[in-house]
Design a protein around this ligand. Structure first.
Ligand code: ZN
Ligand code: CU
Length: 486
């Protein structure tokens, strides 16, 4: 009997997510799973597509996002993801997560980058997960719990000091509850004002909750500039003392005096990899983006305003130009723009390329959807790695690029049966044209969809069609870490 599928994609170049060489073939889907691969010329399906040799890969996994709010507001809210081929997002990064703390005010920066006072409605991770069930996300969602929100609650917003033992214990209990309810790990943002007074011991005391759940420790490190090696060491120590696998978020070496130091940091990480589980992600741009932080400004660092509550009209403009127009210095101008988001030009292309090219780097956008004029990484990260770095520059092979955004990421985060094309895996898929795929988002016009992404399926459901947009389906699910046996 000839095989029959719900969906059959013929004549594809299969890039399976493992890093293996692409191969020609067909792929059949029933329900939410890939059920057959290879030569399926005798089979038929409800929907048959001739891929005409275009690339078929596992849906991309965005290893680092701030999509905690947008996954709840329908398919249109995640167009920046689906239009890049992203089918799974990791939320709750940099110490910032929408659960498990209710806020009755706009929280201090950078917590406000996931939203103003009105969005902080979840007093438990279970409540957030329940909302995800009621209003399903259009992309799969994998959640971390942020240290900064736990601090706000346990320390009642008195954050310019280390937590007491009792407060740390409270945070640990709250983290453990969330892990029990389906969160997958713990994130910190030790560089940020609300967390920078937290000593390593406080983080260890809270992260101790990870042990029983095999949870991940994910960090925006204390220092990505002069003290980057000390910060990597601090991260490794937290991992060792709590028995946790660690992920260094958006790895970079910032400020001109540190340009070139990625040779040093990558060598340091490689050495640590032989002794403990450590991984890292990167976004493919030389500018970072976060809240506008006045005390972090430098005269030699160009800053573009991404969003401003009192001055929305200034989004997209350079801080130095605004200051000139207002007849003030940049610090005074910045103060007037608060609360605000900003883009900081403070990395070196050679470092970014070196980290992107490293065989163990994962791709994460760190996109900030709440900004009016966001960093272009929100819309462009994945096609930029595929089109610019892999195809145009030849920095890495196409299959290596795909591996960094699929199979590698799924194994690091423990996303079972995702990130690879194989029989039995979930049918998260992206069909794209390797000859034309490219980002179009720029710092001047950041909200534009990638070129060359042809169609995207989430759990077997067609969710985005290139040139048309989202299909309106919301087929994503909450994914919980399944730690691999040690
Ligand atoms: Zn961060
Ligand atoms: Cu981040």
């Amino acid at each position: 009997m000839a095989q029959r599928f719900d969906l059959l994609i013929r004549n594809a170049t299969l890039i399976d997510g493992t890093g293996a060489l692409p191969r020609k073939g067909d792929l059949g889907v029933n329900g939410d799973r890939i059920v057959a691969m290879g030569d399926l010329s005798a089979a038929s399906a409800d929907r048959e597509i001739d891929a005409q040799g275009k690339a078929l890969a596992p849906g991309f996994i965005d290893a680092h996002t701030h999509d905690d709010t947008v996954v709840l507001c329908g398919p249109e809210c995640v167009v920046p993801k689906l239009s890049q081929g992203v089918t799974t997002v990791v939320i709750g990064n940099c110490g910032i997560s929408l659960a498990p703390v209710k806020m009755n005010r706009r929280p201090p920066a950078p917590l406000d980058l996931v939203g103003d006072a009105d969005v902080w409605q979840y007093e438990s991770f279970a409540a957030y997960a329940e909302q995800l069930r009621k209003t399903p996300p259009a992309v799969n969602t994998y959640a971390l719990i942020g240290h900064m929100v736990l601090r706000c609650e346990a320390m009642d917003f008195d954050l310019d000091r280390p937590a007491t033992d009792k407060e740390a214990e409270r945070m640990k209990t709250r983290l453990a509850e969330a892990l029990k309810e389906g969160a997958s790990g713990f994130s910190t943002g030790l560089w940020y004002p609300p967390s920078r007074h937290a000593p390593t011991d406080e983080v260890i005391a809270v992260a101790e909750a990870l042990r029983d759940y095999g949870g991940l420790y994910v960090t925006h490190m204390r220092d990505e500039a002069d003290g980057v090696i000390d910060s990597i060491e601090e991260t490794l120590k937290i991992g060792r003392e709590t028995g946790s696998a660690v992920v260094i978020s958006h790895h970079k070496c910032t400020m001109p005096e540190n340009f070139g130091r990625s040779t040093e940091t990558l060598a340091y990480i490689e050495k640590a990899m032989q002794k403990q589980t450590v991984n890292f992600d990167v976004y493919p741009y030389t500018a970072s983006s976060t809240a506008l932080l006045v005390d972090r400004l430098r005269d030699d660092m160009p800053v573009q305003i991404a969003t401003s509550v009192p001055h929305p009209e200034m989004a997209g403009r350079m801080l130095s130009d605004i200051a000139k127009e207002w007849g003030t210095d940049i610090r005074t101008a910045a103060q007037r723009l608060l609360p605000a988001g900003a883009i900081y030009f403070m990395m070196d292309e050679a470092d970014v390329s070196r980290i992107v090219a490293h065989p163990r780097s994962m791709i994460g956008s760190d996109g900030i959807p709440s900004n009016d004029m966001p960093h272009p990484r929100l819309w462009g990260t994945f096609p930029r790695v595929l089109g610019h770095y892999a195809r145009d520059l030849g920095l890495i092979s196409l299959e290596a690029a795909v591996h960094k955004m699929t199979g590698l990421t799924a194994s690091v985060f423990g996303m079972a049966d995702r990130g690879v094309l194989k029989e039995g895996a979930f049918a998260d898929l992206v069909l794209f044209d390797p000859d034309t795929v490219i980002d179009t988002a720029t710092f001047a016009a950041p909200k534009t969809p990638a070129k060359g992404i042809l169609e995207v399926w989430v759990n077997g459901v067609s969710s985005y069609v290139g040139g048309k947009g989202v299909t309106g389906e919301s087929a994503g699910r909450l994914i919980t870490r399944q730690p691999l046996p040690a």
